[in-house]
Design a protein around this ligand. Structure first.
Ligand code: NOJ
Length: 966
C-alpha cells in the first residue's frame, strides 16, 4: 500500500567538535548521534553505522500519520571518524520521518565541506530542499556542521519497502577559518553553531561601592531622573531577584524547568507569546509592539520609534516609554516586545521606522530612556533584534558578515545602553551573524551580550528564529513561541530539551541558568506582586467576549502622542511660508491628508497605505483607537480662523489637484512613504522599500501643484529617508515639514507645527541624500529560494552621515538637521574634567588614561566607572529670533586619525527659550564615549591624540569648537 504524507520538517544537526564542551568527544571514541522529535522506533531502525570514507544512507521509514505532538528519543551510531589531522571524508546518516527530527553528533574532525544528497528508490518519490549546509573549523582540530531542511520544503511519498533516504557527508580537508566580508551573493561560507566553551555560570556585574549622586543603587521602579549625572546601578536589585529566582528554581523538576523556557506554541495562549504556569508561578504573557500594545483595543497608538528619536528629547522619550509600560501592564502583559534598536544600515530597510535612526549614540540614548520608562511602569522590556537584522529581504536566510570593531561600535551600542538601563530581556534575531544563526550564536549571545555587557536578563528567540536544541548552550534562554514553525506543534525544546538534559548533552546547570534568568527578570520587575493585573485581552480573537475584557489603559496618553508628533517633526525648508497665520483659504492636496477609506485599522497589521500614514506595517504596530487625519485637524483650525478649505485626495489625477489648488493662499501637499515587515507586501514592497521615492505619484503631484500655486507647502509622513530632488529646489515649494510617522494624533500634531503652536525642533535621525547611490550600503538581494545570502558590512563604521562626511558627499539634508521659526546663537564654549569621586576605580581610570584597553572580564563594557560623566562641555545658547522655540544643540567628536569617521555624535540636549533668552547648556561625556573597541585586546581603549569637539545645530552646522582636556 502506498503511504503518502507531508514531511513537515527535517533538520539534521551534525556537530563535529573537539572543544572542551564536546562531552561525547571527550569521553568516547565513537561519535554519538542523538535524535529528537521522531518516534524511537523509526530512529533506531533508521540510524546506521557509517564509515569515514564513504557516504552512507539512512532509510526513511514513513509513518502512517503525521506526529502531532513533539516526541523525543535518542539513539547512537558508531562512526570511524578521522582524527583532527585526517583529510579523509566523514559521513553521517540522517533520517527522514513524518515528524521533525534533529540529530546531533560529536566527532573530532575538521571537515571543510559538507554535502547532502536526497534520493528515493524507484517505487518512492521524495523531495527536499536544503536550506543550509555548512561547516566551520572553530579551532585547528574542530568544527561544527549544520544542515537543515525546512518543513515547507520537504515532502515525501514512499512505499514502506523502498523508502527514500538522505545522506550527509562531511569531508575533512583544508584547514583555515571562513573569511568575513567575502563578497555579495550566495553564501558560500559555512553556517555553524559553534558550541560554547562557556561555563554556564551567571556572572556578577561589575559594580562599585555606591557613591552618592554618582553610582546610585536603583530598582526599575525608581530610575534616575532624566539627564541627571547619576549612573544607575542595578546590581543589588538583580542580586535580590536572583536570590528569589534561584530558590524557586531549586524546587522544580527538569520537565517543569523546560516548561519555563519553552513557549506553549503559536496561538495557544492569549498573547503573541506565552509561557505556561508552573506550580504557583503564573507564567508569562509576551506581547508586541515597540509603539504600544498590539492586537487589542482601548490602547494608545504611540508615535513610532523613529519619530521619538527625531525629537532628540530624552524627557519625551522616557515619558513615551513610561506611558507605554503602563498600558502593557494594565493589559496584564509581562513582557513588552520592544524597543527595537536595529540601526537603519540601509535606507530602504523595511523596519527602520520601529527603531531610533542611523546613529548608535542617538539610538543608544533613545533605547536607554525607553527601557527605563517602560520598566518604571512595571513591564519587562525586550531589546530587539539582536543583532544585525538590517533588512527584511531573506531575513531568515542572510548572513550579516560584520567585523568585530563595527559590531561593537555600531550595532551593539544601543543594546549596551539597554543593558545599562537594566533591560530584562533581549530578543535574538532571524538572520545569521558571520555564518551562525543569531539565536545560536555563542559569540554574540554568550561572549558579547552576557559576557562583555554583563546582561543578567534572558534571551528569547524571535518567533521561530530558533534552529536547534543545542541553541541552549550557545546562549538562548527561551524558545518563542515554542514551536519549530508557527503552528507546527513541534519544538526544538519541550521534550527534546528534557532528553538532551537527561542524557547530559546539555548540562543541568545550563537549564538552571536559563530558568533562573527568566524568573529573576520577573522578580526584578516586581511582577510577583499579587496585584499584577491578569491578561485581559486575546491577541488572536479581539472579538471574543470571554477573553477580551476591553480594559481601557489609555489614560491621557494621547497628550504625549500629540506632543511627540509635533516635537518629532523637522522643518527642512521655509521661505517664510510657515507658520500659517489665519490664511484666507488653503487647499489640502494628497491622500496622506485624508482619512483611510477602510478605517484606521482596515488593513491587518496596517499592511496598506491609504490615507494618513501614522505607522508602518507588520508586528511593530498597534490598533488605532482613533486616527486624526490632517484634513480633520486643519478644518477644526479653519473654524477658529475663518479659513476657507478645499481639498483633493486623488493622487494620480494631477489636473484635478491643480484645479483644487489654483488661487488659494497656500496649497499643502501631503505625501508619504511606507514600509514594514516582510510577511506583508504592499504595492510590491515586500517589507523593504523597493526604492526611495515617495509613494502615490507624490513627486508629480507636488510639481503639478507648484506649477499653479507659488506657495506650495509639502508635508511628508515617512518611514525613512526619501529622495526629494524632483521638487525640493522648485521655488514655488516654499516649505517642507518632515513629520515621520506620528501615531493616532498625527493630524493634530502637524497642525500644531503648521500654525506655530509648536515651534518645530525635530531633527533628522538619518541623512536625506540626493541620490540612493550616495548611501554607503544598499539592500542585498539575490539568492535562490534555499540559499543563504551574504550581506557583507563592508562599509564598516561608515554608516549614514559618517560615510557622507568621509567621502565628501553633499547630502540634501544632513543627519541632525532641522530648522525653527526662530534663530539661535551659540557662544562661550568651555571644557573641563569632572572631579573624581570613585576611588574604587582609580586604577582602571588611570590605565584607561594611559591608553590601555579595559579588562576583558564579564560586565566590563557596562561597568559604572566607564560610563560616569568624566568630561564636561558647557556653552551658551540664545534665542535671537522673534518667537519662543526649542533648540537641539549637538556635540560631535572628531578623531585626529584621518582614517576614522570625521564626526561622531557624542551628546545632545534640548533647550526651550523665549525670545532674547539665554541658557547655559551642559553636555557630559564618559570615558566610554571617547573610546574605540580594541579588537586585539577585546576592550575599550582611548585613542591617542587630542580630542577635538564641535557643538552646533546639526552634523554639518558647527557653531563652536574646542578640545577636551583628556
Ligand atoms: C517577529 C518579529 O520580528 C518580532 O519583532 C515580533 O516581536 C515577533 N514576530 C512577535 O510578533
Amino acid at each position: 500500500m502506498q503511504l503518502s504524507h507531508r514531511l513537515r520538517a527535517l533538520a539534521a544537526l551534525l556537530a563535529v567538535v573537539g572543544g572542551p564542551l564536546s562531552v561525547h568527544a571527550a569521553q568516547e571514541s565513537a561519535a554519538s548521534i542523538s535524535a529528537s522529535s521522531a518516534p524511537a522506533s523509526i530512529l533506531s531502525s533508521a540510524l546506521s553505522s557509517v564509515s569515514a570514507s564513504a557516504v552512507s544512507s539512512a532509510s526513511v521509514v514513513p509513518s502512517s500519520a503525521p506526529t502531532s505532538a513533539p516526541v523525543s528519543s535518542s539513539a547512537a551510531v558508531s562512526s570511524s571518524a578521522p582524527g583532527p589531522s585526517s583529510s579523509a571524508p566523514v559521513s553521517l546518516s540522517s533520517v527522514l520521518s513524518s515528524a521533525p527530527a534533529s540529530l546531533s553528533s560529536v566527532i573530532s574532525s575538521a571537515p571543510a565541506s559538507v554535502s547532502v544528497s536526497f534520493s528515493a528508490a524507484s517505487s518512492a518519490s521524495a523531495s527536499a530542499s536544503i536550506s543550509s549546509v555548512a561547516s566551520t573549523p572553530i579551532s585547528a582540530s574542530s568544527a561544527f556542521i549544520s544542515v537543515s531542511i525546512p518543513a515547507s520544503n520537504a515532502s515525501i511519498s514512499a512505499s514502506t519497502t523502498a523508502p527514500p533516504s538522505v545522506s550527509v557527508s562531511a569531508s575533512a580537508a583544508a584547514a583555515g577559518s571562513p573569511s568575513f566580508n567575502s563578497g555579495t551573493g550566495t553564501e558560500t561560507g559555512p553556517i555553524t553553531v559553534p558550541l560554547s566553551e562557556y561555563t554556564f555560570s551567571s556572572f556578577p556585574v561589575a559594580s562599585s561601592t555606591p557613591i552618592p549622586k554618582v553610582f546610585v543603587p536603583v530598582t526599575p521602579a525608581n530610575p534616575p531622573p532624566v539627564s541627571s549625572d547619576e549612573i544607575p546601578d542595578f546590581a543589588q536589585a538583580w542580586a535580590d531577584a536572583y536570590e528569589k529566582a534561584e530558590a524557586f528554581t531549586l524546587g522544580l523538576t527538569v520537565p517543569e524547568k523546560v516548561n519555563v523556557v519553552t513557549g506553549v506554541g503559536w496561538e495557544n495562549g492569549r498573547c503573541v507569546g506565552n509561557i505556561p504556569a508552573v506550580g504557583e508561578w503564573p507564567g508569562l504573557c509576551l506581547e508586541d509592539s515597540p509603539l504600544g500594545v498590539r492586537d487589542t483595543d482601548f490602547n494608545t497608538a504611540f508615535p513610532a520609534g523613529i519619530t521619538a528619536a527625531s525629537t532628540f528629547n530624552r524627557s519625551l522619550i522616557r515619558t513615551r516609554g513610561a506611558f507605554m509600560g503602563a498600558e502593557f501592564k494594565g493589559k496584564g502583559v509581562n513582557l513588552a516586545l520592544g524597543p527595537m534598536m536595529n540601526m537603519g544600515r540601509v535606507a530602504q530597510g523595511g523596519r527602520n521606522w520601529e527603531g531610533f535612526g542611523a546613529d548608535p549614540f542617538l539610538s543608544g540614548a533613545a533605547a536607554y530612556e525607553t527601557v527605563l520608562g517602560l520598566q518604571s511602569s512595571g513591564v519587562q522590556a525586550t531589546a530587539k533584534h539582536f543583532i544585525n537584522n538590517e533588512q527584511e529581504y531573506k531575513r531568515t536566510q542572510e548572513s550579516s558578515n560584520v567585523d568585530d570593531r563595527t559590531e561593537h561600535e555600531i550595532y551593539v551600542a544601543p543594546f549596551l545602553q539597554a543593558v545599562r538601563a537594566g533591560v530584562a530581556a533581549v530578543m535574538c534575531s532571524y538572520n545569521l551573524v558571520n555564518d551562525t544563526y543569531a539565536c545560536e550564536n555563542n559569540r554574540t549571545l554568550n561572549q558579547i551580550l552576557k559576557g562583555e555587557l554583563g546582561f543578567r536578563g534572558f534571551v528569547m528567540s524571535d518567533w521561530s528564529a530558533q534552529h536547534s536544541t543545542l541553541s541552549a548552550v550557545a546562549g538562548l534562554d527561551m524558545s518563542m513561541p515554542g514551536d519549530i514553525d508557527l503552528g507546527s506543534h513541534t519544538s526544538w525544546w519541550g521534550p527534546n530539551l528534557t532528553a538532551f538534559v537527561d542524557n547530559s548533552t546539555i548540562p543541568d546547570s545550563r537549564l538552571d541558568d536559563m530558568v533562573t534568568r527568566i524568573l529573576a527578570s520577573w522578580y526584578f520587575l516586581g511582577q510577583d506582586a499579587p496585584d499584577f493585573p491578569p491578561v485581559s485581552f486575546n491577541a488572536f480573537n479581539n472579538n471574543d467576549p470571554a477573553t477580551n475584557q476591553h480594559v481601557d489603559v489609555q489614560g491621557d496618553h494621547w497628550t504625549v502622542v500629540r506632543e511627540i508628533g509635533a516635537a518629532g517633526t523637522a522643518l527642512l525648508k521655509n521661505n517664510g511660508a510657515l507658520p500659517l497665520n489665519k490664511p484666507k483659504n488653503i487647499a489640502i492636496i494628497g491622500s496622506d491628508a485624508a482619512d483611510a477609506s477602510m478605517g484606521p485599522n482596515g488593513f491587518s497589521d496596517r499592511g496598506g497605505d491609504d490615507g494618513i500614514l501614522a505607522m508602518g506595517w507588520g508586528s511593530g504596530t498597534a490598533n488605532y483607537p482613533y486616527l486624526i487625519a490632517p484634513v480633520d485637524a486643519i478644518q477644526d483650525r479653519a473654524v477658529q480662523d475663518g479659513t476657507d478649505v478645499n481639498w483633493w485626495f486623488l493622487d494620480f489625477n494631477t489636473a484635478g489637484a491643480q484645479t483644487a489648488a489654483f488661487g488659494f493662499e497656500a496649497a499643502i501637499v501631503f505625501a508619504n512613504a511606507d514600509s514594514g515587515e516582510q510577511y506583508i507586501t504592499v504595492d510590491g514592497n515586500a517589507g523593504d522599500r523597493n526604492n526611495l521615492t515617495l509613494w502615490h505619484n507624490a513627486d508629480n503631484l507636488i510639481n503639478a501643484v507648484a506649477e499653479v500655486n507659488n506657495n506650495t507647502i509639502v508635508v511628508v509622513h515617512s518611514v525613512g529617508p526619501c529622495i526629494l530632488e524632483a521638487w525640493i529646489e522648485n521655488p514655488n515649494v516654499t516649505a517642507v515639514l518632515w513629520a515621520n510617522i506620528a501615531g493616532q494624533e498625527a493630524g493634530n500634531s502637524i497642525v500644531d507645527v503648521l500654525y506655530g503652536d509648536f515651534n518645530p525642533s525635530g531633527r533628522l535621525p538619518y541623512t536625506i541624500a540626493k541620490s540612493p547611490s550616495d548611501y554607503p550600503a544598499q539592500p542585498t538581494g539575490g539568492g535562490g529560494p534555499n540559499d543563504i545570502i551574504s550581506v557583507p558590512y563592508t562599509e564598516g563604521l561608515f554608516i549614514d552621515y559618517r560615510h557622507f562626511d568621509a567621502q565628501n558627499i553633499t547630502p540634501r539634508f544632513e543627519f541632525g538637521f532641522g530648522l525653527s521659526y526662530t534663530t539661535f546663537a551659540y557662544s562661550n564654549l568651555r571644557t573641563s574634567t569632572i572631579a573624581q569621586q570613585d576611588h574604587d576605580s582609580t586604577q582602571l581610570e588611570q590605565a584607561w588614561a594611559k591608553g590601555e584597553a579595559t579588562p576583558n572580564v564579564e560586565g566590563a563594557s557596562t561597568a559604572v566607572w566607564l560610563h560616569r560623566p568624566a568630561f564636561e562641555v558647557t556653552f551658551e545658547v540664545k534665542n535671537t529670533g522673534p518667537v519662543a522655540g526649542g533648540e537641539i544643540p549637538q556635540l560631535y567628536l572628531h578623531s585626529p586619525d584621518s582614517s576614522e569617521p570625521p564626526s561622531l555624535l557624542r551628546g545632545f540636549a534640548d533647550v526651550l527659550l523665549s525670545p532674547g533668552e539665554s541658557q547655559t547648556v551642559r553636555i557630559t561625556l564618559s570615558r566610554y564615549d571617547l573610546s574605540v573597541w580594541d579588537v586585539d585586546a577585546q576592550g575599550w581603549r582611548k585613542p591617542s591624540g587630542a580630542f577635538q569637539i564641535s557643538v552646533g545645530a546639526s552634523s554639518r552646522d558647527f557653531r563652536l569648537s574646542g578640545t577636551l582636556p583628556v
